[in-house]
Design a protein around this ligand. Structure first.
Ligand SMILES: [Mg+2]
Length: 374
């Protein structure tokens, strides 16, 4: 046994920077700590837990971003890579998924992958709609809902900002909303407003607002809420988008993830104080509860699932833990991956995923313009 090398279970499935980080962390442990950790790692149950977000993986060091550019690039790439990684695993329960170390762009042989015709490394509706929002913000210099709505319609009709121009995934509420939009309903009113229309389809695309926005917290919160309206008009979805963007902003400022969340919740509560019905909705969202979630497509569950995944260690662990929750794997991984990317920067995302991410010709001009705007 090479005492200088971390236990195999600890680095299983890790490559590039993620593996280097764990190796560096291991090399910093004293002999007693290594012995204790080896005992843990030899226990199968503990090893399994380490893929699910146990203290073992949570103790792995996180990369420190080098600049604001690094964080912003990490946020956008973190969302897109999380989405693309989750695509083949969508619609499967947690018990039907490969073990976390085997979750890659290409699933293990024999796995019944979702969206079978979609090449590995392809982002889905989450990534495409986030890029629609980013392109709209960059072109218009403000959040203009009718412009955003028009781009979402172009995505649906023509595959605008979809890899290969191909739309293969659309949520039921988004489909209904875009039909109304196409029929002439203004984007501020096209999203269904009933309580059952609270899927995560607006939350999944909201992050570019936080990456791009230069206004104060009140302006960011208001715009994040409004960005939900074209497809998800209920106050609950709007508030989740607002909280998520404040969370991302606090993470961009360098706050530790849980602290950033607490600051976002406290700020969001104040900013929502004057909004009719917000107090009751914030009780439903229950943002102060411990992170726990099932990976479902319900906007509140998605937000808390992402919080849970973010406790599991470096970027690679975060998106794999998000996917391990099952069900809406691509969106949970996109929502969690965006925050992890901000937290750790673009270089924390494993090289193999960066290189295999498709659609760079669509992404790179927008990413360059976003970074130039900083
Ligand atoms: Mg999707």
């Amino acid at each position: 046994m090479d005492d200088d090398a971390p236990p195999a279970g600890l680095v299983a499935g890790l490559h590039g920077d993620a593996r280097l980080q764990v190796e560096r962390w291991w090399s910093g442990l004293d002999a007693g700590a290594r012995l204790e950790f080896r005992a843990l790692a030899e226990d199968d149950e503990a090893l399994e837990d380490s893929h699910q977000g146990s203290p073992a993986s949570a103790s792995a060091p996180l990369r420190e971003p080098t600049s604001a550019h690094d964080r912003v690039e990490g946020g956008l790439l973190g969302l897109l890579v999380g989405d693309a990684l989750g695509v083949p695993y969508e619609f499967h329960g947690p018990g039907e998924l490969p073990e976390a170390s085997a979750i890659e762009f290409t699933p293990p042989a024999g796995f019944d992958r979702a969206h079978a015709g979609v090449p590995p490394g392809t982002w889905s509706d989450d990534g495409a709609q986030a890029l629609c929002l980013l392109a709209s913000l960059l072109d218009r210099g403000a959040l203009e809902l009718d412009d955003l709505g028009a781009r979402l319609l172009r995505w649906w009709d023509e595959g605008y900002l979809a890899v290969d121009g191909r739309v293969f995934d659309i949520g039921a509420q988004t489909r209904a909303a875009l039909s109304d939009l196409a029929a002439g309903t203004p984007a501020a009113r096209s999203g269904p407003r009933d309580e059952h229309s609270n899927g995560n389809g607006a939350l999944m695309r909201a992050l570019p607002l936080a990456l791009w926005h230069r206004g104060d917290d009140a302006a960011l919160f208001r715009d994040a809420m409004r960005s939900s309206l074209p497809t998800h008009g209920h106050l609950r979805s709007q508030l989740c988008c607002g909280l998520y963007c404040l969370w991302a902003r606090r993470a961009l400022e360098g706050l530790e993830t849980a602290e950033a969340w607490r600051a976002a919740v406290s700020g969001g509560r104040e900013l929502a104080a004057g909004i009719e019905g917000a107090a009751a909705e914030l009780q439903v969202i229950d943002p102060a509860r411990a992170p726990a979630g099932r990976g479902s497509g319900y906007v509140v569950d998605c937000l808390h699932s992402a919080r849970l995944a973010l406790t599991s260690g470096p970027y690679e662990h975060v998106v794999k833990s998000a996917i391990a929750l099952g069900d809406d794997t691509d969106t949970t991984a996109a929502v969690a991956g965006g925050i992890a990317g901000i937290r750790e920067g673009a270089l924390a995302i494993p090289d193999r995923w960066i290189h295999e991410l498709r659609g760079r010709a669509l992404l790179d001009p927008l990413l360059d313009r976003l970074l130039d705007s900083l």
